[in-house]
Design a protein around this ligand. Structure first.
Ligand code: G6P
Length: 486
């Protein structure tokens, strides 16, 4: 969920034929930190299984069709298995040691770049001892890719963990076409400027022929950084760097609309949604309205401020545990990184405090579910929710917002959306936009959402559905690859 490489959803084959990727443009090699498969235990044996995710579903058929491969980290440490085929796709795992994982993943990717690129909502840590493992792992990815690629192939590198790969790969194989897509925000110049390795990162990314971002602002920020610190010249759309042209542009990501919709319409999901509604309203006349949050347990998501706003809502007394309930689904994430452990402790303390203060026996104010849900269950929650709270402090896109809109096929629901999510660009018209730092404002918006007239909620939902339906994840992949190979 969120604008994630691996998130809920599954592909349909109906759009594959529309892609112009295969003809005469070589094979397609996807390079991403995560593989599209992961290890699971089945009957005591460890086996590979496809990872759920809209992006995975969109890219997999393209790779299969173009006869390429997917290069990525398997999620475990030590010697990686040799390349293998899984369900028509070539998988090429990259080996990373436990020490490298701690430093390039837990350290540089998730304690330096992640907070820096998300508006410094936590202080980024700059450590030279993390930088070199990041360089080494990026080189390992570039080398593995070079072994897979042939001249004329197209390579699509993903996200902040691998920003040096395009530059390294271009040195190893100048004859491949390289695209890079950043799934998270690219920060404004004055924040990016803090990074001690800003020049290296920019020149790594500029090894690409095309660099894509979620929003026009991200693309602008990157182009400005390249001109100011990267030694490039040119416009926001086309840079000149070391005698080559590097194109830059926005390509907003989306979801697998068809799959989300058919899941939402399925009888078991509709029954489950009804069961969830009944479950929070036992023996009450009048239904309790459900406010829902679904996030990775990440400090960029604004979960703690959202909880405090809900507490404020109850304190004001217009709404009580008899009229509403909050459900927060928190997917465990990056638990070895200190800030994540601190956030978890704080969220759990807040949940206890709010329930202690406002809950009653049999009527919790907040249901906090720290777990992974399968897609059907997630969609049932979306359908059950009267108000969806998507209030990240900064987010590349946020696909939960788009999934909610599509899951609400014929129902009335209200989306409360952060101004600082990439999705606000497309969904500004039908949602209730909020400043996710503003506790009083957020509480007031929750109040508005809870008392919205059904006709108004329906009108807004109509606007949202039209906006989301303009593009799905297949369209996103097509437009990026189309631009890269044109
Ligand atoms: C974000 C990133 C992805 C990442 C995902 C899950 O959405 O953009 O690259 O895969 O979070 O995080 P993890 O650290 O578990 O891969």
């Amino acid at each position: 969920m969120g604008a994630e490489l691996v998130q809920a959803g599954r592909g349909t084959d109906s759009r594959i034929g529309g892609s112009g990727v295969k003809t005469g443009r070589g094979r397609l090699i996807v390079v991403a930190n995560r593989l599209p498969v992961h290890r699971v235990k089945r009957k005591g044996r460890s086996v590979w299984e496809t990872s759920p995710g809209g992006v995975v579903s969109a890219l997999r058929p393209l790779v299969t069709e173009a006869g390429g491969a997917w290069v990525g980290w398997s999620g475990t440490t030590g010697r990686a298995p040799a390349a293998f085929e899984f369900d028509t796709i070539q998988i090429r795992p990259v080996s990373v040691t436990a020490e490298q994982v701690e430093k390039y993943y837990g350290g540089f990717s998730n304690a330096t770049l992640w907070p820096l690129y998300h508006d410094c909502v936590r202080t980024p840590q700059f450590h030279r001892r993390w930088w070199w493992p990041y360089v080494d792992v990026n080189r390992q990815f570039a080398e593995a890719t070079a072994q897979e690629a042939r001249p004329g192939d197209t390579v699509w590198v993903h996200d902040y963990q691998l920003q040096l790969v395009p530059g390294m790969l271009r040195e190893l194989m100048p004859e491949v076409r390289i695209g890079f897509f950043m799934h998270i925000p690219f920060p404004p110049l004055e924040l990016f400027a803090q990074l001690p390795w800003r020049r290296e990162i920019l020149s790594g990314m500029m090894g690409s022929d095309l660099v894509g971002f979620q929003t026009p602002q991200g693309a602008k920020n990157f182009a400005a950084a390249c001109r100011r610190y990267g030694g490039a010249r040119g416009s926001d759309r086309e840079l000149e760097f070391r005698g080559r042209k590097v194109r830059v542009g926005p390509f907003s990501i989306s979801i697998d609309i068809e799959h989300t919709e058919s899941t939402a319409m399925s009888a078991p999901v509709q029954e489950r949604a009804e069961e969830l509604r009944r479950g929070v309203s036992p023996n009450l006349n009048g239904r309790r309205k459900i406010l829902l949050g679904v996030d990775r347990l990440d400090y960029t998501k604004g979960i703690e401020i959202r909880l405090r706003a809900f507490e404020e809502l109850l304190r004001r007394g217009v709404h009580t545990v008899d009229s509403c309930v909050m459900v927060q689904i928190a997917v465990p994430s990056r638990e070895t990184v200190g800030e994540y452990a601190e956030l978890r402790a704080y969220v759990e303390q807040l949940t206890g405090r709010i329930n202690g203060e406002y809950g009653e026996a049999g009527k919790a104010a907040v249901h906090y579910l720290r777990r992974n849900l399968d897609f059907e269950e997630l969609v049932a929650y979306y359908r059950a929710a009267d108000v969806m709270l998507v209030t990240p402090l900064r987010d590349g896109m946020n696909l939960v917002a788009k999934e909610y809109v599509i899951a609400k096929t014929d129902d009335v629901g209200t989306l409360v959306l952060s101004e600082f999510a990439g999705a606000a660009q497309e969904l500004g018209a039908g949602s209730l936009l909020v400043n996710p730092h503003d506790i009083d404002g957020l509480a007031a918006t929750m109040e508005v959402a809870l008392s919205m007239e059904p006709t108004e909620a329906r009108r807004r939902m109509g606007l949202l559905q039209r906006a989301v339906r303009k593009n799905d994840v297949y369209g996103w992949a097509d437009s990026f690859l189309g631009a890269l190979t044109s």
